[in-house]
Design a binder for this molecule. Sequence first.
Ligand SMILES: C[C@H](O)[C@H](C)C(=O)SCCNC(=O)CCNC(=O)[C@H](O)C(C)(C)COP(=O)([O-])OP(=O)([O-])OC[C@H]1O[C@@H](n2cnc3c(N)ncnc32)[C@H](O)[C@@H]1OP(=O)([O-])[O-]
Length: 708
Amino acid sequence: MAQFSLVSASVGLITLQNPPVNALSAVLRQGIVDAVEKALCDPKVKSVVICGQNGIFCGGADIREFGTNMRGPPLIPMIHAIESANKPMVAAIEGSALGGGLELALGCHYRIAHSQARLGLPEVTLGLLPAAGGSQRLPRLIGVPAALNLITTGRHVTAAEALQLGIVDQVTDHNTVDAAVKFSQSVAGQSLDGRRISTYPCPVQPNLDAFFEEAMLKVRQSARGAIAPVACVQAVRAAATLPYAQGMKREKELMATLFTSGQARALQYCFFAQRAVGRWSTPSGGRWDTSKPRPVHTAAVIGLGTMGRGITVALAQTGLSVVAVETQVKQLTEAKQAVSGMLERGATRRGAAPTPDRITYSENIQAVAGADLVIEAVFEDMALKEKVFRQLSDVCKPGALLCTNTSALDIDHLASQTRNPELVVGMHFFAPAHVMKLLEVVYGPRSSSQAVATAMQLGKKMGKISVAVGNCRGFVGNRMLKPYLEQAFFLLEEGATPELVDRALEDFGFPMGVFKVSDLSGLDVGWRVRKADGMVESGLSTGPSARIRQGRRYSPLGDLLCEQGRFGQKTGRGWYLYDKPGGRVSKSDPWLHSFLEEYRVQQGLVARRVDQQEVLERCLFALINEGFQILEEGIAAGPEDIDAIYVFGYGWPRHRGGPMFYAGMVGLAKVMERLDHYHQAHPDEPSLQPCSLLRRLVASGKKLHSQL
Ligand SMILES: C[C@H](O)[C@H](C)C(=O)SCCNC(=O)CCNC(=O)[C@H](O)C(C)(C)COP(=O)([O-])OP(=O)([O-])OC[C@H]1O[C@@H](n2cnc3c(N)ncnc32)[C@H](O)[C@@H]1OP(=O)([O-])[O-]
C-alpha cells in the first residue's frame, strides 16, 4: 500500500510500502493513485515527495503478477497523473529504482538519489521492455545512445553515473527523504512546464537510420535468438522518430509481442529459480531455514593452479582473510603475481580502487591451521587429494570445514580420509572461478547440514549462485554433460561435422558449440579422465569392440585426436584449426574432415545426412534425460536446481529457461517420444532410453513446472 503524510507543514510524503522491494503490485498501485489524489487536493500541500519503505525505492512491476489477470490501476495513467500534476513531484531514490520503479521516478518532475542507490531498466532480462513509458521518456531525457545502452542491456547504473547521464538531479550522502523534502520546498510554486519529460523532444540522433541499423546488428548478434533486445531497439527507435503519444502506442504494441512469449516466461522463471536454489534441502533432512552456518573469518586455499588462483581471488574480493598454500615454490611465486593482477583488473572493471588484499601465501600446509574453512584445489587426482585431506584433518583446528573443488570425484571417499567426515563438502567452482557465477555445493551422506549451510552462505558472499547437490560421479552439471558430449561424438561418426553440430547448438543460443568448447578447454582434459577410467585403447582396432566399452557404444574419436597431439587451441589444432598454438580464431580443418571420412570407412560406417533438428534432439534430450534421472535419484532437489546450474554454469541460453524448463516447453511427451525413436535406432546408447521418472510424468500428464 502507499502511506500519505504531511511533513514540514507543506510537503506531502508518499511512502511505497510493499516489502521486500516495494514491487508495484495492484494494491500498491491503487495506494499510489489514492495518495497522489490526496496530495493534489490538500491545499496545505505545496510539493510532494515519493519514497520507498525499508531503504529501497521500488523494484519495478510485481513480476509475480505476470501471467495472472492484472487487477488494479495500470501503471501508465498513474505515471501520467504524476507527471501532469500542478505541484512538484520529487522522487527520493534509495536502494534500487528499477523497471517500473524508475519509470515511476521518470514521471516525477525531479529525482534525488542516495549515493549508494542503483537505477536501471532491466526489463530486457525478463524478456520484456520498459512498458510504462521508460522506452519513450529515457531517450528524451538522456539521448538515444545512452538510453539504448541501458534499455538493451538492462544494466544498473550507480547514482553517480545517473547524475552524469542526467537521470537524477541531485545525489546525497545523507538522508535521501530529508534531501528530497528540502529540494521540493525549494521548487514549490515554480513552473513545471520544463519538467515533464514526455513533452521533451527527443534529442536528434545524427545518421539515425545508420545508427539504428548498426545497433540492431549488434543486438541481434549478442542476443543469440532472444527477441526482447530486438524489441527494445525498435521501441527506442520509436522514441527517436515519433511523437510521444505514437511512441507510447508503439511501446505497447512491442510489449504485447513479448509479454506472453515463451522467452519471457523462461526468463522470469530463471529470475525466480536463481533465488529458489537458496532455499535448499538435502535427502537427510537438512534445510536452508533450519541449518545455522558456521562463521568464516579466515578461508584457505590449497593448490594455486588456475582454479586455486581464481578461488583465492573470489575469496579475497569478499574481504575475507585468505591463506593461500602452494608447496611448489615456482608455482607459488607465479600464483602471487597472477592473483594480484586478477585483483587489480577486477577492481578496475568495477571502477573501484584496489583494496589491499588480506592474502597470506605459504608453501607449508601448516599455515592453514587457523582457518575456519579450507578449499582443496590440487590436481584432479584422487590419491593426491586423499593425501591432502589426511593432512588437513591433522592440521586444521576443530570445526574447520574441509572442502574440495573436485569436478567429479567422490566427496564421501575424501571425507573418509578425515576424522570428521561431517565437516567435508564439495565446493565445485567453474573456470574462471573468480568470474563464473555457479557454485555446486556437494554434500556426501555424512556431510552435516551445518557444513552445507556454511558453504552455501560463503558461496553467496562470493557472489556465486550456490546450488546444493548430491554426491555422484560428475555431481549434476558434469554428469549431464557426459551424454550430451557422447551424442555429439556419435553424430560425427554418423555423418555430421563439428561445424554442423556447433552451428545447431549456437543457433539454439549457446555461446559456443560443443566442439569449440572442447578446443577451448582442451581435448586432453577429457582424455585424461577416460584413460583413468580405462576407456582408452591405444590405436584403433577395427573389430566390433573398437567402439564398445562396458557394453555400451563408445566413440574413440577424441582419443585418436589426442594421440595425434590435437588438444585444441593450446596446440593450434583440435576439432578446428587455429593460426597458432593458443590461437582463438577457429577455422574448418580439411584434415579433420578427411580423418572423419577415413575413420568411417575403416569402421564400416556409412555417412548419412544429419540435420540440425537431430543434433538438438540427440544432444539436448540425452542431457535432459540424465536430468530426470538425477531428479529421480534425489541428487538434485528440484528442476530449478538443474536449470540454474545449466544457465549459470554451462551457457544454456537464459531465454530458454534451462534444460528442464525447456523440456516442459517442448512437451515431456514429445521429448520421450523422440528419445524412444533414437533409442530404437541406437539400442547400444542407454542415455537415449527415457528414464522411468520421465515415463511416469508423461503417463500421469503431470508437469515439472507449474508455469507450463
Ligand atoms: C512495467 C515495467 O516496465 C516492467 C514490466 C517491470 O518493471 S518488470 C520488473 C523490473 N524489475 C526488475 O527486474 C527488478 C528485479 N529485482 C531485482 O533486481 C532485485 O530483487 C533487487 C530489487 C535489486 C533487490 O535485490 P536483493 O538481492 O536485495 O533481493 P532479491 O533476493 O533479489 O529479492 C528479494 C525478494 O523480492 C522478490 N522480488 C524482487 N524483485 C521483484 C519484483 N519486481 N516483483 C516481484 N518480486 C520481486 C525476489 O523474488 C525475492 O523473493 P524470493 O524469490 O526470494 O521469494
